[in-house]
Design a protein around this ligand. Structure first.
Ligand SMILES: NC(=O)C1=CN([C@@H]2O[C@H](COP(=O)(O)OP(=O)(O)OC[C@H]3O[C@@H](n4cnc5c(N)ncnc54)[C@H](OP(=O)(O)O)[C@@H]3O)[C@@H](O)[C@H]2O)C=CC1
Ligand SMILES: CC(=O)N[C@@H](CCC(=O)OP(=O)(O)O)C(=O)O
Length: 347
């Protein structure tokens, strides 16, 4: 059994890790932290976990965490980067769900996150945890930076087009929408039912902090700079991300939708968690709800020069905790889909 620690066990990604790990036959959660709930039993706060864990929340103490084989950080940014150096020195491997180690350039990270990076010396060591691109490096990593939820949905949709050099990398457009759980569990007026329900809005339209992460990942596969116009939206629902991605092909009719579909199915043929839908079938957030899958579909409207990729994930699963466990499985040499067999919760 792999001994697992979770820092930040009371947030939405923390409780999602617990839900998924409850069905993982090789992992045992032995430490889980919350400063606010220290001492309280996990199943007293989360009754869905009754009978699954005989565990109470603890303060985030390095001694406790260093006794684990692998620790997940399900914390806001600026937490992992202070604790991870000591854990790595003591031989504990880390999967960080926060943004602390996702951007390789410490100055760029500071520009978007508004503070200096506390452990920039680890940025080169950290492997960006998108298995569909970095599987081999993840396998040897001691520190994995799990991608953000929008970056997962958006990169998986653009990657085959950029790798094949089929689209103009300077004019990529991503219009994406997330359920409110993407904003976390802490109390904020913007997340009240009466603020979110029955309405739909864009936010951070002039620049969202996921932009540099998306552009970094896409530049890596494209082999040169890319420019993405990214506008996120808030959907009046709890889980799910739907991204509508636009890219310019060389000329009208340059590629048929069938050819593009062939490109995507070949690119993702051996990927257990990317499902390229048949032409004409469009993804929905509900068909991936609770599952670790990204569903993709392709359209070339009016056979003109723009390809539209539709991408849907569950922000808490493939967008966070499921992908974190996928990374853990790869790091530990376990079957990549261990504990991740959930089917989408439709309806
Ligand atoms: N929600 C989502 O869909 C996604 C989230 N992420 C990222 O995952 C991380 C966690 O997100 P989410 O679960 O939504 O966050 P929440 O705000 O819901 O939970 C945060 C957790 O971190 C703990 N925490 C907060 N501050 C500290 C601190 N200084 N030291 C130790 N623990 C702390 C909290 O417990 P306590 O304060 O009691 O210690 C709580 O358990 C974030 O970085 C987020 O950006 C990534 C992809 C998707
Ligand atoms: C709806 C909503 O508010 N979503 C969050 C997504 C946060 C996320 O995925 O995570 P990281 O902060 O780890 O990058 C946002 O836009 O900030």
């Amino acid at each position: 059994m792999v001994r697992i620690g979770i820092v930040g066990g009371t947030g939405y990604t923390g409780v999602e890790l617990l839900r998924l790990l409850a069905q993982h036959e090789d992992a045992e959660v032995v430490a889980i932290t919350s400063r606010a709930e220290a001492g309280r039993r996990v199943d007293a706060l989360f009754p869905n976990l009754r009978g699954r864990y005989d565990l109470a929340f603890s303060e985030p103490d390095v001694e406790l965490l260093a006794g684990c084989d692998l620790v997940f950080f399900a914390t806001p940014h600026n937490v992992a980067m202070n604790l991870v150096p000591e854990l790595l020195e003591r031989g504990t491997r880390v999967v960080d769900l926060s943004a602390d180690y996702r951007i390789r350039d410490a100055a760029l990270w500071s520009d978007w996150y508004g503070e200096p990076h506390a452990s920039p010396q680890l940025l080169d060591d950290a492997v960006y945890g998108l298995p569909e691109v970095n599987r081999q490096r993840i396998a040897g990593a001691r520190l994995v930076a799990c991608p953000g939820c929008y970056p997962t949905a958006i990169q998986l949709g653009f990657i085959p087009l950029l790798e094949a050099g089929l689209v103009d990398p300077a004019h990529l457009i991503a219009s994406a929408a997330s359920g409110a759980s993407g904003a976390g569990r802490q109390a904020k007026v913007d997340n009240l039912l009466s603020e979110v329900s029955g309405s739909f809005k864009a936010y951070a339209a002039a620049g969202h902090r996921h932009l540099p992460e998306i552009e970094q990942g896409l530049a890596d596969v494209s082999g040169g700079p890319v420019a993405v116009t990214f506008v996120p939206h808030l959907l009046p629902m709890v889980r799910g991300i739907h991204a509508t991605l636009f890219a310019r092909l060389g000329a009208p009719g340059a590629k048929s939708v069938e050819e593009l579909h062939g490109l995507f199915t070949a690119r993702y043929a051996s990927e257990p968690f990317v499902d390229v839908l048949p032409v004409g079938m469009l993804p929905q957030t509900r068909t991936v709800k609770g599952a670790n899958h990204c569903q993709l579909s392709l359209v070339v409207p009016q056979e003109r020069d723009t390809v539209v990729v539709l991408s849907a994930i569950d922000n808490l699963v493939k967008g966070a905790s499921g992908q974190a466990i996928q990374n853990m499985n790869i790091m530990l040499g376990l079957p990549e889909d261990r504990g991740l067999g959930q089917v989408g919760l439709l309806p």
